[in-house]
Design a protein around this ligand. Structure first.
Ligand code: TEU
Length: 565
């Protein structure tokens, strides 16, 4: 425990700058807006801020398409503004971690502009260029070099008319994939990373970093159905050289660097076996990864936009498996939300009658697992999904492409919209609700995306002084982690694994035991525990009173209790 890295007892807060706070009235959040709101974060008690991309970008994917890694986009401010945010963050005893998006660049990045300029460009090989499939003419349907479907609908190859070749983009066509097989690419990335660390940032959240190593043979994937396209994931997900690349990056960028840094790799589709390799400290790769298993449990037969209700037993089995797998070796990240996921209180909770109770119950469960919790902006207020009126309210490239493609294929627009309302990324991207005034105190101008109408009652101002508020519950959870070493370091043991309503577990460190019992349902089950626990052991609850008699707790809807002895 004494030798455990600092981030094992830290809590990270994600800021999505476009939607956090707008200081200049142009309707888009910016760096000075964040600096002006640092008190909110300090009050909450978080240790680290992870800043989603603020780099120069054409914003095809809200900044995850970067055209200059060493410049701040004017819409967010200037490099000076960033330096000031960094200094103010440090002055408050917090750290700042940047987003690192190096699986792909923007097609407007000078590297790609050079690469596409001719087949003989010295940077041609910095990206994945391939001729049309054998027997096909460029541009003909099916001429794409592989059948891989893009994450954002349609083929993951786009033809460049001028040179007659296709380039690979796992995401939007404005996000061409870098070729990590080329050592010059890797060195350019490492150099850029060192430049940011020299500037004083405290680490990186690495976007889809387990997709950077592709099988250079680029085989077709099994056809999954959508327009005859295939699943390329087995050929680029946690690919052949990924661990080698992570170790090289560690050597070139992080080794022997003074200071307390944090690295977390975002890894769609990563297995716990691989995650253990990535985070085993002796292998010198990453501190932790974001896995996706628990946020895929409600995906239905038609994928993420065809959701099905969550079975709580699946959630417990999944998170419990990760707790065990990364218990002895490696480290977990813990999250319900980020800028890509619908709001957890709407998704796994009840954003109607039990809004406050379910938001705090879900928070309690997550924060008392072993791992580093990540809070996504607005989650600490219990922000909900958004009643988007129609497709005109949506801004996200993934949602818009999905809508267009599904409707073109004959889907009923209303039912496509239903899937997007439940699962679309824009749910997470509406402005943070600071107060009840017009535009929720986010901007004095016209916001770039609708403000959730519930800001009239759901906002930070209404919660600061309410002891039972979602905000104050998050604050207490973070304080618990900072107070009791058992929260960060204790062993994890799932209880009542087969119970469909109750999420209960114990943590243990030396002579301290911690018990969490949460009812993740609107029903009123009784939790039967071992008789040693007493009402006097209660350290946190989201309801006013708890009845614990002979080891039995009558659970109110969405109630959650924490005991320590
Ligand atoms: O997301 C990668 C990712 O795998 C998904 O969560 C993605 O959001 C998509 O919904 C898959 O259905 C990262 C970023 O977090 C995301 O915002 C970017 O759009 C994406 O990479 C590309 O950079």
């Amino acid at each position: 425990v004494a030798t455990a890295p600092w981030w094992t007892s830290a809590v990270v807060y994600q800021v999505y700058p476009r939607s956090f706070a707008d200081s200049n009235g142009d309707g888009v959040g910016d760096l000075n807006g964040i600096t002006a709101r640092l008190d909110h974060l300090q009050r909450l008690g978080v240790d680290v801020i992870w800043l989603s991309p603020v780099y120069a970008s054409p914003h095809a994917d809200n900044g995850y398409d970067i055209s200059d890694y060493q410049a701040v986009d004017p819409v967010f401010g200037t490099l000076d503004d960033l330096d000031r945010l960094l200094a103010e963050t440090h002055a408050r005893g917090m750290k700042l971690v940047m987003d690192l998006v190096v699986n792909h660049t923007s097609d407007e990045h000078p590297w790609f502009v050079e690469s596409r300029s001719s087949r003989d460009s010295p940077k041609r090989d910095w990206y994945w260029w391939r001729p049309p499939r054998d027997g096909f003419e460029a541009g003909q349907p099916g001429a794409e070099p592989t059948n891989w479907e893009s994450f954002f609908s349609g083929p993951s190859w786009t033809l460049d008319e001028a040179t007659g070749e296709y380039y690979l983009h796992l995401f939007d066509r404005k996000q061409p994939d870098l070729n990590w097989e080329n050592p010059e690419v890797r060195q350019a990335v490492y150099e850029m990373m060192r430049w940011w660390l020299d500037r004083g940032v405290d680490g990186f959240r690495m976007d889809v970093i387990n997709l950077i190593s592709k099988d250079p043979d680029l085989p077709d994937g099994a056809t999954t159905g959508t327009g005859g396209l295939g699943n390329g994931f087995p050929h680029y997900g946690t690919g052949p050289r990924i661990h080698e690349f992570m170790q090289e990056m560690h050597r070139e960028v992080f080794e022997d660097r003074p200071g307390d840094l944090l690295t977390v790799g975002e890894m769609p589709g990563v297995t716990w076996e691989d995650a253990r390799l990535f985070t085993d400290p002796t292998r010198r790769e990453l501190d932790m990864v974001f896995q996706f298993e628990h946020v895929s449990l409600d995906h239905g037969p038609g994928g993420k936009f065809d959701p099905k209700p969550l079975d709580l037993r699946d959630l417990k089995a999944s998170l419990g498996r990760w707790q065990t797998a990364l218990g002895e070796v490696g480290w977990n990240s813990l999250y319900w939300n980020n800028h890509d996921q619908p709001r957890v209180v709407s998704r796994f909770g009840d954003d109607g009658k039990y809004w406050r109770e379910s938001a705090t119950a879900l928070a309690t469960v997550l924060h008392l697992h072993r791992g580093t919790p990540f809070v996504y902006q607005g989650e600490e207020l219990g922000m909900t999904n958004v009643p988007f009126a129609g497709v005109g309210d949506l801004r996200d490239v993934e949602s818009l492409n999905h809508f267009r493609q599904s409707v073109a294929a004959g889907g009923d627009p209303e039912s496509v919209l239903r899937g997007l309302r439940a699962m679309g990324r824009d749910n997470a991207r509406t402005p943070v609700q600071w107060d009840s005034t017009r535009n929720a105190g986010f901007t004095t101008g016209e916001p770039w995306i609708v403000v959730n109408p519930n800001h009239t009652w759901l906002n930070a101002q209404a919660q600061y002084d309410d002891p039972l508020s979602v905000f104050n519950h998050y604050r207490r959870l973070i304080e618990l982690r900072h107070t009791f070493p058992v929260v960060a370091h204790g062993d994890f043991r799932m209880l009542l694994a087969d119970d469909p309503y109750i999420y209960a577990f114990e943590r243990e460190l030396d002579d301290t035991r911690l018990l969490v019992v949460a009812n993740l349902s609107g029903t009123t089950p009784t939790a039967v525990l071992d008789g040693e626990w007493a009402a006097t052991d209660l350290v946190l609850s989201n309801v006013e009173s708890v009845s614990l008699v002979n080891g039995r707790i009558a659970m109110e809807p969405w109630s959650a209790h924490v005991f320590v002895r």
